[in-house]
Design a protein around this ligand. Sequence first.
Ligand SMILES: [Zn+2]
Length: 96
Amino acid sequence: MKRRKFFYDDEPNFLVYKPKKITFVNGKSYYLHRGYTYSRAYASATGARWRCTQTSSCKAYIRLSPEERLEEIADCHNHAAKKYLKLSNGMYIRTE
Ligand SMILES: [Zn+2]
């Protein structure tokens, strides 16, 4: 499993890896990161884990602090990334 942890003080390139919170036209919110979407799996006092939306087969996840800063990516997808399009109203659709 490819896995990396982020520590803000020593990760100058952090923004390159920053997932983006998006809302789809159906109203659901996910994190989008490099063509993969993540939905919230659980939250605790120490943060939240968001799992790849293809949860039946994929074990990839991201972990965020309570302030929603990225702390960890387990980037182990077993499927290809998708393409998404931002509409003029700010919401997203999947295009493939
Ligand atoms: Zn995945």
